[in-house]
Design a protein around this ligand. Structure first.
Ligand SMILES: Nc1nonc1C(=O)NCc1ccc(Cl)cc1
Length: 247
């Protein structure tokens, strides 16, 4: 999969995509991240990328032309269609479900805005999808782009090792993760570890972990439970968790 990022801060995007799982996915050529700086597509001597807002008001707006020219260059370098995404608080909230769909696309382009916004005509004519990583205001779209690159990059076939895949699965089935423990078995100030995890009874351990994931989701994110049907076993485990909790 190839991801082209249009950003005034290409180094940030490149460096964040060069580490960890995503960095390794690039080394293995499972993923390719390229950056394009709109300033390189500005047509005037001052390499201008922003303009004053019509209607007045503070701040500046990103010009159409440098962004449009950067996208044209991206499309020229592409043998297949490019799905263009704009990151902003005005977009649809990014979910794991949407990440899984994006991860199957051959090419996506991420446009990172700065200043007060991007000329609406660019968004109307060039952007296929507007996405938000959360309901808060950042200084630009680059952090959103880094989130999309990470979430989509780790889903590329071969990017994750077994442990990471297991962790991914626990989140991806729409539930919160269970608690994790490691040595020491007994900590002076903070006590021990749930006995079942020391038992070696793998069926019981699996059951305990599933019960914890269901229970934590019920306690912390009940909205996630309404979005999915629970099979009989999960329903029984959650009821057991709730009985224990309310005891
Ligand atoms: N929340 C979010 N989810 O994705 N992006 C954001 C965000 O706050 N971007 C800031 C931003 C976006 C566009 C422009 Cl022109 C300026 C600043």
């Amino acid at each position: 999969m190839r991801i082209d990022v249009v950003s005034l801060f290409p180094d940030f995007v490149r460096q964040s995509a060069a580490i960890g799982v995503v960095g390794r996915a690039q080394q293995r050529e499972l993923l390719q991240v390229e950056t394009w700086n709109p300033r390189d597509f500005a047509t005037d001597n001052y390499r201008t990328v922003d303009g004053r807002p019509f209607g007045g008001g503070p701040g500046m707006v990103m010009l159409i032309e440098p962004l449009r020219a950067a996208l044209a260059a991206i499309r020229e370098a592409a043998s297949e269609p490019v799905h263009v995404i704009y990151l902003s608080p005005q977009g649809a909230r990014l979910t794991q479900k949407r990440v899984e769909a994006l991860a199957k696309m051959p090419r996506i382009a991420l446009i990172c805005g700065r200043y007060e916004g991007v000329d609406e005509r660019l968004l109307e004519h060039e952007v296929d999808e507007e996405l938000s990583i959360g309901d808060y205001v950042l200084s630009g779209g680059e952090l959103g782009a880094a989130v999309v690159i990470d979430a989509v990059g780790r889903l590329q076939e071969g990017a994750l090792n077994d442990a990471q895949s297991a962790q991914q699965d626990s989140f991806s089935d729409g539930l919160l993760d269970c608690p994790h423990y490691t040595r020491p078995v007994h900590h002076d100030a903070w006590g021990g570890v749930p006995e079942v995890l020391l038992s070696g009874d793998h069926a019981a351990i699996r059951r305990w972990r599933r019960k914890q994931s269901l229970g934590r989701t019920w306690l912390r994110r009940p909205d996630l439970l309404t979005q999915r049907a629970l099979d009989d076993e999960s329903r029984a485990l959650l009821d057991e968790f709730r009985r224990d909790f309310e005891r």
